[in-house]
Design a protein. Sequence first.
Length: 132
Amino acid sequence: MDISKLETSKKEIEGVWCEHGDAKFLVRSASNPAYKRALNDRLKPHLRTLRRGLLSDTTRDQITRDTMAEHILVGWTGLSSGAETIEYSVAKAKELLDRYPKLVEIIAEFASDQSLFEEQAVEEGVESAKNG
């Protein structure tokens, strides 16, 4: 096993473009250090409650969505509501993640798929896009 493959890749930190329908989302890996650190920092005030299993799902989910909006979902194109194009911003990402639970699932699935962040997979995707 090549241990160097376990290092955090540039793609995990910077993100990769992932398609869903007509939209493309710029998504960082859920294992990127900034996300993990921010999530831990936000959960610290709730540690005692969390350890006892008493942290409400509502609070935990809000912390997760806010942290995703700041550190995982870092851009998009082709997103609209009816005829209106939705421009990316962290505030808009928070709003949409709060409003659309399926969007949270889509972004979480992309962010958790480590194969998307492997350099070889990214290079193959670029070649496929060039030839497709």
